[in-house]
Design a protein. Structure first.
Length: 438
């Protein structure tokens, strides 16, 4: 992100003389925009706002085709409003609620009850909506403070630390309106607030653009995988000729299964030989070799070792949709084992089933739908590996497998690059927030 030097905050010992004189003061931040010299003030939130209020304490009837949006704490995320699971109510119910809690465009929304207490964002909706009491809204006194500045302050490590100090309750955590009203906030002059808010909003916009780009790439990958594995899209060889038709085979005909670690107790883990953990399989289509845990393996102890190209399946999950999640080992390593809550599948030939292709084959939607049908249970779901081995799948010739794997891997590289940029920008922003407020 390119920002002109005049728009960047500077360390206070590099600024003007007044900043150098104040560098020992608690009321001057470590980073400050040039041209501002006056020390910051500190006030309670109620002293610089016109409104601190929550939504309705009486839950209206949810109507599937209601005309008015009704937001609760699940719709408030740190930095944005989430409309993926939004509810609706009647116009009549909304009118009654809106008489008491009239949320306006630009107000700060903050969750005050529930697991995500303290989540905060700016209201970006220009249309009216209703609010449940699990969410509060804050409106600054515009002659003293900027809503955007207050929002960024509460997002900062200083603000979040104070918010957490106000949280009470164990079974149900909450922040009361009275606690919010005495939340202490340090603030400079209004022009400096606006400068800070504008700068941090630019950073947020950069982050949102990166996240949107990543989401679009993920959606594109999902869509193109559906077309590839349904054979709506076919690749051609380097001479422009079509590859042979895909062959239908049972999974059990193409390899054998083996179990993970057996006979281990809690005392055996933490030192010894590396083993693949459940989360390594669940989180990615290829094993992240930086995340191994360790297990003590005795001399002459018989445990199954894993090899390059092996496929691993989870056999237990909390939901049917997560059962049988697969991942592939794409690195050649030394002695390595597998956790006991999964099992391995070793192809008869890596020339028949390319490992780089396997990582996409077993995570494509068509195959996943077949696996989900094997889930058994009510509160915890399990899957029989015997039944899994009976499933049929269509397999292209290995040269086409390579074409497909290279194509999808290139998309993954772009997604991973986006994620790296997101993480770096978030770390940079976190550092800014730690030094731009006091």
């Amino acid at each position: 992100m390119i920002i002109n030097s005049g728009d960047k905050p500077m360390p206070r010992n590099q600024g003007n003389q007044a900043n150098q004189e104040n560098q020992g003061s608690d009321n001057v931040p470590r980073l400050r925009f040039p041209g501002f010299q006056v020390e910051w003030k500190k006030s309670k939130l109620k002293e610089i706002t016109n409104k601190i209020q929550d939504g309705t304490h009486f839950s209206p009837t949810i109507i599937e085709n209601g005309s008015c949006m009704y937001l609760t704490s699940k719709n408030i995320r740190n930095g944005y409003m989430d409309f993926r699971d939004v509810s609706f109510i009647s116009q009549e119910s909304h009118n009654e609620i809106y008489k008491r809690c009239e949320v306006k465009y630009g107000d700060i929304l903050i969750t005050k009850d529930g697991a995500n207490v303290g989540n905060i964002c700016i209201n970006t909706l220009k249309n009216e909506f209703s609010l449940l009491s699990s969410v509060a809204f804050i409106r600054s006194d515009s002659s003293i403070a900027s809503n955007e500045y207050i929002y960024h302050y509460i997002c900062s490590p200083i603000g979040q630390t104070e918010i957490k100090s106000f949280v009470s309750g164990q079974a149900i955590t909450r922040i009361t309106l009275s606690k919010l009203s005495i939340f202490k906030i340090s603030f400079p002059s209004l022009p400096e607030q606006q400068k800070i808010a504008s700068f941090l909003t630019t950073v947020d916009e950069k982050l949102q653009a990166l996240k949107k780009k990543k989401t679009l790439l993920e959606q594109y990958k999902k869509g193109v995988m559906q077309k590839i594995f349904s054979q709506e899209i076919r690749f051609k060889d380097d001479n422009g000729k079509e590859y042979p038709e895909w062959e239908e085979k049972k999974l059990g005909e193409m390899g054998e299964t083996y179990n993970g670690l057996t006979g281990k107790t809690k005392e055996d883990f933490g030192i010894g030989k590396p083993y693949i953990q459940y989360k390594q399989i669940f989180d990615d289509s290829k094993i992240d070799i930086s995340r191994f845990d360790y297990v003590n393996i005795g001399i002459n102890e018989k445990q199954n070792k894993v090899l390059f190209g092996d496929v691993f399946f989870t056999v237990s999950s909390e939901t049917p949709d997560e059962i049988g999640t697969a991942s592939v080992l794409l690195d050649t390593l030394g002695e390595l084992y597998l956790n006991s809550f999964c099992f391995g599948f070793r192809p008869n030939s890596l020339k028949e089933m390319s490992p780089n292709f396997s990582r996409y084959l077993f995570r494509n939607e068509l195959f996943r739908n077949s696996i989900i049908k094997l889930a058994q249970g009510s509160t915890r779901y399990n899957m029989s590996k015997i039944q899994l081995m009976k499933l049929t799948l269509k397999l292209p010739q290995v040269n086409e497998q390579t074409k497909i794997a290279n194509f999808l891997s290139a998309i993954d590289d772009k997604i991973n690059h986006c994620q790296t940029q997101i993480e770096k920008t978030e770390m940079w922003k976190k550092g800014l927030l730690q030094r731009m407020f006091c």
